[in-house]
Structures are given as structure tokens and as C-alpha cells.
Design a protein around this ligand. Structure first.
Ligand code: GLY
Length: 392
């Protein structure tokens, strides 16, 4: 006699839907708190982290109107050294964390005016950022184009290799006893106005006391989630290139170099391994992950204006990923209006940067039911009809 999903159910304290870096860090921290924890994902460690460049750019990616998000970004940046040390200790893996700093440069007078504005905002926000002339920029990074008109030196914006981070988190979760179900979560189960688990693509019922929806750009698509708590998350496509710096050219760049060219962000992130990541487009095209000739052309054109020598380098990989965009570009963290359902999604451009603080915040919420002070502005309630807290 066949059994119903409920009869086949496995129960855990915490069930995380989505095994990207946000779901994994939530699961790892939950398991460390003693919760029996399950992750449902066909490919744990996959997702946007496989594409992301891994800039930890709280200061150089500051935008007007996002000062509240800046607070969370800085809180996470401050946690990074200890977080990396702990994860390295737990796994024995090198995460490619590099405190190399970032240089944001201007290529023409409009760019320079824009960068001056950003510098003023950074200083008003109490951030460390130093204005350099074009000559000073080129002294730091001799591969920069001769026409660079000035720039901001931000030594506090670092980088990590997101692929290594994702792999490390899978290992840490396994060692902490997290159970992985390598399949899709198809539907949230709700019983008497409470989330009680999920049904997988294979028809298995996985029950849990608390369900965390951390499925990145797919977070709004899980069946069974009532409309009033469905996260308003959309995919924002980013095309990213990977080049290789042959040893004879090293050091090609010693830090992350970025600019806004014709209104688009372009950045070059040099890894110690010789990989040079060039990103990224920002496109609203639904769940499309096609790498296009136009996307690759624009990235190479803009990167070439910044660092002409890149055309000598082998192009080793082209890929597109989907950022989980939210209406205010900030994450949704914590309990929803449906008992038993929590969110950890909507990290948009800052998923890698926000990984440490998200893990801590989610562990705190899972244990106490309350968001810690620093995360209160990021409650999902800000988008629900019964909103009780102010938007970011
Ligand atoms: N934070 C870089 C990006 O989203 O492209």
C-alpha cells in the first residue's frame, strides 16, 4: 500500500529551503545551536555563488537611500575575518579571502563628478575612503588606462572566492550534522495556519518546527506559500566573465578595480590563483541565464577602457547568475506573518557580503523568535499589509 507524503515524513527542528550560501550559513548556524537541521536543494552550494565575483564592497557599492542597508553591510564586513577563521578551522579549506582593498576610478569628467559625490556620501557616513588623482591611481595599479581621471582608494573593501565559500559551507554543514535532501522543494505544507514543512519533487514529506525559505531568486515561487507572505523577490541577471592571468603577467592587478562606464558598473576582481573575474551586467529578464554576445561585448569593452591589457588574457569562462532582487534592494530576514515560516532572501547585490551576519541573525531568530536589533529594519513585514516596522 502506498503511503501519503505525511506518513513518509521526516521531522527536524529547522528545514531550510535552498542550499545557496544564505541557506547553508543559516543551516550551519542553526545546527551549531543544537537544532536538528535539514537543507532541501538539488545542488547544495550551487546558485548565484557559482557566478558571483565575491566583492565585500560595503563602501564602494554604497548607494543613496541605502544607509540602513549600509549598517548591515558594515556589520557583516566586520564579522568577515572571524567568520573566515571559524569556517577555515571547521573545514580545513582555504576560502580565498583576500584583504586586498578596492580602487574605484573615473574615466571621464562626468564619472569624476559622480565619484566625488560618492566620496562625499562616504565621508558623511563616516566611512574610510581616500580620494586619489589619476596619477596616484596608476601608481597603485600600473595596468590602469592612462586616461583615468581620479579614484577612491578603499582599503576596507575586501574579497572572497564565493565558490570556495559555498564548498566550505557545505562541508561545515555536513560536519555539523545537517541532513541534505538533494531534490527540489515543491510545495510548502500549511496546516491550521502554520507552516509545517515541505513536499519534495519526489513526493516525500519533510516536516519541521520551523521552515526557512532561502531559495534566492526562486524564493517567490514555492507553491503553497500564501500570497500575504510570498516574498517579493525577483531575478536580476548578472553576466560575469573569468579570465586567467598567466604567471608572466603577475601581478596584473593587486586589488579590485571598478568603475561606472556609461552608467553600468564594471569591476575586475583579481584572485591569488591568477583568476580575474570581470562583472557584471544587471538585467531584468526573468529566469533567463543565457550568456549573450552583447553582454560579453559590453563587459569586455568597459573593462578594456579601464585596463587595456585585459585583451591579452585568456578568456576562460562566461556565465550568468540571478541575484535575488527585492523592492528596496535589502534582504528579507526573519519571521513572516505565517507561523513557522521565516525568510532569508532578497540579498540582491550583497549576498556574499551579508553571509556572516545573515547566519548570526537567522540563528538568533530561530532560537528566540525575535530579530536582533541590527536586523529589525529587514523584517519581511515591511512588505506585508500588516506592516509594523518602517521600510529601509
Ligand atoms: N555586488 C556585485 C554585483 O551584484 O554585481
Amino acid at each position: 500500500m502506498s503511503r501519503t507524503p505525511a506518513e513518509r515524513s521526516v521531522t527536524s527542528d529547522v528545514l531550510v529551503v535552498g542550499g545557496g550560501i544564505i541557506g547553508l550559513v543559516t543551516a550551519w548556524r542553526a545546527a551549531q545551536r543544537g537544532f536538528t537541521t535539514t537543507v532541501v536543494d538539488p545542488e547544495p552550494g550551487g546558485g548565484a555563488a557559482q557566478v558571483a565575483a565575491g566583492m565585500l564592497a560595503a563602501v564602494t557599492e554604497l548607494h543613496y537611500g541605502e544607509q540602513t542597508l549600509l549598517g548591515l553591510n558594515l556589520a557583516s564586513a566586520r564579522r568577515y575575518p572571524d567568520f573566515v577563521a571559524e569556517l577555515t578551522e571547521a573545514t580545513g579549506q582555504d576560502l580565498g579571502y583576500r584583504r586586498c582593498g578596492t580602487l574605484a576610478v573615473a574615466l571621464d569628467s562626468d564619472d569624476r563628478a559622480h565619484l566625488r559625490e560618492l566620496h562625499a556620501l562616504q565621508i558623511r557616513s563616516g566611512l574610510e575612503s581616500e580620494w586619489l588623482s589619476g596619477r596616484e591611481c596608476r601608481r597603485l595599479e600600473p595596468m590602469l588606462a592612462p586616461g583615468v581621471r581620479g579614484g577612491l582608494r578603499v582599503d576596507g573593501d575586501h574579497q572572497i572566492d564565493p565558490r570556495r565559500l559555498a564548498k566550505g559551507l557545505v562541508t561545515a554543514c555536513e560536519r555539523a550534522g545537517v541532513v541534505f535532501h538533494r531534490t527540489w522543494a515543491e510545495r510548502l505544507t500549511v496546516v491550521r495556519e502554520r507552516a509545517t514543512g515541505v513536499v519534495t519533487a519526489g513526493g516525500d514529506g519533510l516536516a519541521a518546527a520551523q521552515v526557512v525559505l532561502a531559495a534566492g531568486s526562486l524564493s517567490g515561487r514555492l507553491e503553497g506559500v500564501p500570497d500575504f507572505v510570498r516574498p517579493p523577490v525577483r531575478p536580476v541577471k548578472g553576466q560575469v566573465l573569468r579570465l586567467t592571468v598567466p604567471k608572466r603577467y603577475a601581478p596584473f592587478l593587486s586589488r579590485t578595480v571598478r568603475a561606472v562606464v556609461r552608467g553600468s558598473h564594471v569591476y575586475l576582481v583579481p584572485r591569488e590563483s591568477g583568476e580575474l573575474v570581470v562583472g557584471a551586467t544587471s538585467e531584468e529578464l526573468g529566469w533567463d541565464t543565457t550568456v549573450t554576445a552583447g553582454g560579453v561585448y559590453e563587459l569586455l569593452r568597459d573593462a578594456h577602457e579601464l585596463v587595456p591589457g585585459i585583451t591579452e588574457l585568456p578568456l576562460t569562462e562566461t556565465r550568468a547568475g540571478l541575484r535575488p532582487g527585492s523592492p528596496d534592494n535589502a534582504p528579507l530576514l526573519g519571521p513572516t506573518g505565517l507561523d513557522g515560516l521565516l525568510l532569508a532572501t532578497g540579498h540582491h547585490r550583497n549576498g556574499v557580503l551579508l553571509t556572516p551576519v545573515t547566519g548570526d541573525v537567522m540563528a538568533h531568530v530561530l532560537a528566540s523568535g525575535e530579530l536582533p536589533e541590527e536586523a529589525r529594519p529587514f523584517t519581511p513585514h515591511r512588505f506585508s499589509p500588516t506592516r509594523t516596522e518602517q521600510p529601509v
